[in-house]
Design a binder for this molecule. Structure first.
Ligand code: ZN
Length: 112
């Protein structure tokens, strides 16, 4: 009656892999580390010929999209300081700075 004992636990391997992962890149907009949901955002919208992507939180991307039109985003391009000069973005970044990297919230009010 040989009792087979598995020599390695697949779950243990998964955990190890997770621990060895490189730290997430900082968010382009708010500068906090990105969490589990990393968004590759096009500073210049793809529809406007944008090719570069930057790491972002989904909540930060949603905020940009809610506050700027594609034309404005195209005009700012990769000039994140220009975007941060916007009072609404500045306020958001100051607010989100204290949140968990994985914090997401539906945009309650979409300004139009
Ligand atoms: Zn962010």
């Amino acid at each position: 009656m040989a009792r087979k004992h598995s020599r390695y636990d697949p779950y243990e391997d998964l955990q190890r892999e997770e621990a060895e992962e490189a730290p997430p890149p900082p968010c382009w907009l708010c500068g906090r580390p990105t969490g589990k949901t990393l968004i590759w955002h096009h500073p210049v919208p793809k529809s406007r010929g944008g090719r570069d992507v930057v790491p972002m939180h989904s909540i930060c991307q949603q905020t940009l999209i809610a506050n700027f039109t594609n034309s404005e985003l195209q005009r700012y391009g990769t000039d994140v300081d220009g975007l941060l000069a916007n009072p609404a973005i500045r306020k958001f970044v100051d607010w989100v700075a204290k949140k968990d990297p994985d914090f997401t919230a539906p945009q309650a009010k979409k300004q139009r």
